[in-house]
Design a protein around this ligand. Sequence first.
Ligand code: GLU
Length: 399
Amino acid sequence: MATLKLIIPPETFRLKPVSNSVLNSASNPLLETQRLVVKIGSALLVDPDTGTLRTGWLESICADISGLKAKGIEVIIVSSGSIALGRKRLGLTGQRLSLAQKQACAAAGQSQLTHAYERELEKYKIITAQALLTLNDTESRRRWLNARLTLQTLLELSAVPIINENDTVATDEIRYGDNDRLAARTAQMLGADTLILLSDIDGLYTSDPRLSEAAKHLPLITDLTPEILAMGGSANANAQVGTGGMATKLLAAKIAVDAGCDMCVMDGTQNHPLKRLQNGAKKSWFKAKENPLNARRQWIKGSLKPKGKLQIDAGAAKALANGKSLLAAGVTATQGQYFKGDAVSIYNVDGTELARGLIAYSAYETHAILGLKSAEIARVLGYENSAVIIHRDNMVLMT
Ligand code: GLU
């Protein structure tokens, strides 16, 4: 007789009613952390001159990680470096790479990267587990829940997941391209309380410190105002080996703080970066929101590529602002190829994004029922998935 497996709905674990912020009282936030995501940029792992692994540095961070693990802190590593390492292995240094060449480099470099972590962490009897994610794995709700369950299981088994984007299969249109946002989505996925982005810049400045002496360092950011977000510019911290600049770090911060996760940006170039952080190294902390959104809303708000767009009229915009669901009657236009359950963006007539939500109808169906009263949906389609196009429980306001 077939055995039945009990499947625990993945939505039920680690839903946090209040912020996990470790910044409130802690003099040493890292020691208050329970679940930590550390993002390691290519510029730290790979020597830009030789294209080889900075082994001494890797040894030092693995020693730091083992110290944190010994204190019962769960650690997840999001590491870049596959393309940079693969370049050297495949003899493709000093040239612009085509997409296929980058993907080939990622394939050759990723195994070396994972092996390096495995070798170093094994010294402390820490098991590593490689997980390569694509944008689809975090942007499709079902795949997100699957990935979450796997990573959660690895943490329960005390392993350290080593995550990177699956650059070998991801093409330009459907890739993250930077590990800052991937790390933030990972922190959000796992309900981490702390995210550390180790970079070659020691935090957020009011303007680019390489260009202006008046640039002021900001040690603590409690609110991601439009002024703060504008400070990211499009500067690239290190065009040689990494892809993320401050702009992607600020986008990552938005995802993290909405999820109730504190985020830190610091210069991790020197050995023992996590120990240095505990000893007071210069950094910027982005403080988690006190009342983070629930897990489903966090996911919707943090979605990087909503599958479609809806334009709504002024009446519907007002209803949304008052916490109401979106009705077909208020939708004036639809764009994009989406299916029932996909995340879509909702715009007003001026082109301002008002909200995002999980839609109850496909693009084809939505097109057919635009502007109709709910009672007419069944007459036009022959069935009715839902009386509303997007239910308020599946929606989050962006303004
Ligand atoms: N996933 C890329 C790699 O491993 C790096 C992305 C980034 O630099 O953030 O090489």
